[in-house]
Design a protein around this ligand. Sequence first.
Ligand SMILES: Nc1ncnc2c1ncn2[C@@H]1O[C@H](COP(=O)(O)OP(=O)(O)OP(=O)(O)O)[C@@H](O)[C@H]1O
Length: 458
Amino acid sequence: MPRTAKLPSILAADDDVVVQRLVAHSFEAAGLYVTVYESGKALLDNVNEDTLVCLVDMVMPEVSGMDCLRAIKKKFPNTEVVILTNVNDASNAIEAMRQGAFDYLTKPFDPDELCLSVRKAMQLAKASRENEGLREAVNSAPSLGSSPLVGDAPSIARILKIGNRIAKSKNSVLINGESGTGKGVMARYLHSISDRADKPFITVSCPSLPKDLLESEMFGHEKGAFSGAIQKRLGKVELAHGGTLFLDEIGEMSLDLQPKLLSFIQERTFYRVGGEKQHEADVRIIAATNRDLQQMSQDGGFREDLYFRLNVLPITMPPLRERPGDTLLLAQHFLKRAAKREASPAPSLSVEAAQALQAHDWPGNVRELENVIERAFTLREEEDSIQGEDLPAELRAAKSQASTATPSLAGKTLSEIEKIAIEQTLEHCKGNKAESARMLGISEKSIYNKMKRFQSGS
Ligand SMILES: Nc1ncnc2c1ncn2[C@@H]1O[C@H](COP(=O)(O)OP(=O)(O)OP(=O)(O)O)[C@@H](O)[C@H]1O
């Protein structure tokens, strides 16, 4: 018999009654609605195109988790499947990932990790219904050597929404944001959901070359154009023909080269260095910067006309400290990625480590988080978990400062402690109730109800 059935978006199947209960409780506590079945067959009888995610035990009599996975993916490719396995079943789990499972978790599972994984799977399932092409972007587009775009903060969701429209346009995009916020990831994502996705995505890193070489890097050169130009070389503009040219750190481009780029954007024509023949290339420009180009153009450091041409479709990547809910999501993602690379189960994050990650300000944004997690994964003391001590000292210090700032909870009632936790989380999330709910592991509705109760003093 199904245990809970409010919304049909998540289905689960496990033949073990204890696991059935645990799954139902974990989801309920996280504000997610699930219907739990006692067999793979019962689940397959009930799955339909509205099902976002199925959580299936790998080993079940008659219809196994793998059978469920194959049947679901064949009939409902936009339904995501998360597999539950035993620790010693890693090779099957890897096979399941190859067959299109979204994720696998080993038993005994951590309820937070389970809910996080299922939420991510739901996010992907919803997004791929809106846009079939998104799957590649979220699950990684190997041909681009890119990262998937992970994040479900409202600010990121808004960007993804406008991103779907921006991707279809031919106009230039300017991605602003602090270093490490994922401007490059966003550029690849836009390319991967555009109708140029099967054409090249070529990056030019503007600060990496002296200005003369940058012109040749972009537009190519003819043989003998300068000493060292022993043969003709195609530029990145030509290599990107039909696709996207990503100009990283455009604010570093010299004023001498900027008119040539402007002319290319306007006319789609260019000359190779040392050449007299005009060439054409059909290229969509995406530029990124961590500098204030508008201010630079007012101060004369960047051409204003080029700024306007680039800034037709602006996107701003929010810093990680403004989307604290994404910190753990990204941390889990980097852990899973590292674990998959080594074909081992992903270690969990201890409460202490998770708190330290959330207390940190992340001046280096996602790149800094990625490095911290990679380091912790490699140096961890315990095989199956990341502890506070596995993190760099400055993160542990930030956490202990945060905890000394917390008022003592001794002598308070549970209800008072709950109130403090909710108020502090809301403050941490700048009043964002959806993010706070996710962090606290309760539903947004529970936050509203509890706040109402606190206000009425009951
Ligand atoms: N949303 C995200 N999901 C997954 N990985 C991310 C995300 N955002 C950033 N990263 C990872 O963080 C690192 C930095 O990202 P990226 O290079 O895109 O940032 P950037 O803003 O372009 O940085 P810079 O301004 O220094 O060039 C990369 O390794 C990238 O894979």
